[in-house]
Design a protein around this ligand. Structure first.
Ligand SMILES: [Zn+2]
Length: 86
């Protein structure tokens, strides 16, 4: 295996998580984060949460609801997905 890039640690992966799901990292960093999230049982649920969160957000954005509705819908869809929402 040609593994020249060091595995990200959990902290750096989480710091870059939101940029990652937004696709705002360089291709190299996207790959590094992706590899960590795939392999790390700790971070995987966080990545899933972030992806669902953004998906729900984009969906409600198309509804043109008022911001409070959007927040409620996002929270509801996360709850439906079995996520713990505070
Ligand atoms: Zn991790």
């Amino acid at each position: 295996m040609s593994d020249d890039m060091p595995m990200l640690d959990c902290r750096s992966a989480m710091q870059q998580l939101w940029d990652y799901v937004d696709g705002e990292l360089t291709a190299e960093r996207m790959q590094a984060v992706e590899r960590h999230l795939d392999a790390c049982a700790n971070c995987h649920p966080h990545a899933e949460f972030a992806e669902r969160f953004l998906a729900a957000l984009h969906q409600t954005r198309e509804d043109r609801s008022c911001p409070q509705d959007v927040r409620a819908k996002v929270m509801a869809s996360l709850r439906d997905a079995g996520m713990k929402v505070t």
